[in-house]
Design a protein around this ligand. Structure first.
Ligand SMILES: [Zn+2]
Length: 102
């Protein structure tokens, strides 16, 4: 599957209902976007697999939403069984083209 298709399948977690996740397992993936100090756009992205969780009762879903609230944003790919948490970091680096503007 190419990235374009994957992007299309991802939806904001808050728009996904419990009924859509019920009785399935999801891989939790943390995505950290390394941002440029100048333009604050991504330099690179690091993905880290956290763990796999089953969603069976409403409480599992509520725990997931609570956990998601600690991150910048969260997206779900229900078809592929993945939930992405996004964070950002400033590694102290800049794009080469941004360096020229300084
Ligand atoms: Zn930049």
């Amino acid at each position: 599957m190419n990235n374009e298709t994957e992007k299309f399948l991802k939806r904001g977690l808050s728009t996904v209902k419990f009924e859509e996740l019920k009785d399935k397992s999801f891989e939790l993936i943390l995505v950290v976007e390394m941002l440029c100090e100048v333009c604050e756009k991504p330099l690179s992205v690091k993905e880290k697999f956290l763990r796999k969780i089953p969603i069976s009762i409403k409480e599992d879903y509520e725990n997931l939403l609570t956990r998601a609230a600690a991150h910048d944003r969260a997206e779900a790919d229900v078809e592929n069984g993945k939930i992405y948490f996004y964070d950002h970091d400033f590694p102290g680096d800049v794009h080469p083209e941004c360096l020229e503007k300084l």
